[in-house]
Design a protein around this ligand. Sequence first.
Ligand code: GLA
Length: 393
Amino acid sequence: MPALHRQQNELLDSLRACWRAEFGGPAQVFFAPGRVNLLGAHLDYNQGFVLPAAVDRGTFVFARPRDDRRIRLRSLDREPVLDLDLDALSYDPAHAWANYAKGALAAFGPAQPGMDLLFGGNLPIGAGLSSSASILVATATAANHYTTNKRSTREIVYLCRDAEVNFVGVRCGIMDHYASAFGRDDHLLYLDCRTDTHADVPFDSGRAAVVVCDTTRRRELADGRFNDRVRECAEAVAALRRAGLQIDALRDLSMDELLKYKNTLDPLLARRAIHVVSEIERTRSGVESLRRGDLAAFGEQLIQSHASCRDYYEVSSPELDALVEAACSVHGALGARLTGAGFGGCCVAVVDRNEIDRFIKETASIYHKRTGLHARIYPFKPAMGAGRRADLE
Ligand code: GLA
């Protein structure tokens, strides 16, 4: 049995045992995946284009409705059960992961019954793979099953994004929740974050693998640096509008216009804008490369994206740079870049399918020599989005 399946079966076994001990009786099982973004770094909140895939890891929720308005939440790894009033859910800094579940539940309102919920997942937390979106989308998928006021998948996406922005306080865009909800086997989602619609882009898993390389250095999305970037982009738009450009978002800016108006911008804001405008172009041409089967050109676009994230958007870290360099130096690697918000966490590499084992070994060894850290490296498969899985009788 492949290692991931074995690990997933073990996780489900532990969840079943914990459910029986803590809650007992039957449960419905829901799952929402994390995501990895291949191109389009920090473009979603600039109304640009992104290229994520849902991955074959995420958050499982065992659930059952209750007759009262209590919400009882438990995570596999952490006791105790949180016993909360469904009609008075509020953010609590002490609740960590549970704030994401509460944020999704709070959005459903009176049409939703109380629930017992048990959570367990197999994504590294805070690593840039959207463990938070997978908790939100898994919770919302479960809640949607029991509410009398059913939401469409698109509505679930908006509800989860709004919960992350307003309940948790991270000014994120729509990409993570969208990929978690709409993922498709062996496809990337080419998502336009202005119209919130996507085209599926086939990914040839027979020729190449998407490999996630975890620096094992963590960052907190809620630590403020992510929100700083959102604010800086809004400031760049406001300054360019004052200078006479009719734009609503950095998405509306061409590189020619930016170069012409660059001097009206504070140098830091100009660097942020250069990243956004060039990354939009890279994402477009990356999709074209994939569509014509040119994986080498696609890999090159990943490498350019990392350089732009490092030099213009300034969201890399010494460990991410070391890991991207290590990955790109190994035979069989087509390209690599940081993924997610950056500042720590993971990079994503595209690797020749026949060279995976060697890639994993050599990348880990070079990275260890440079940093003393042990990278965790896993091949991922673009996978299906959120839904109900086999129930517990
Ligand atoms: C985080 C946010 C996303 C997106 C990425 C950067 O993951 O949650 O909305 O902005 O960073 O591309």
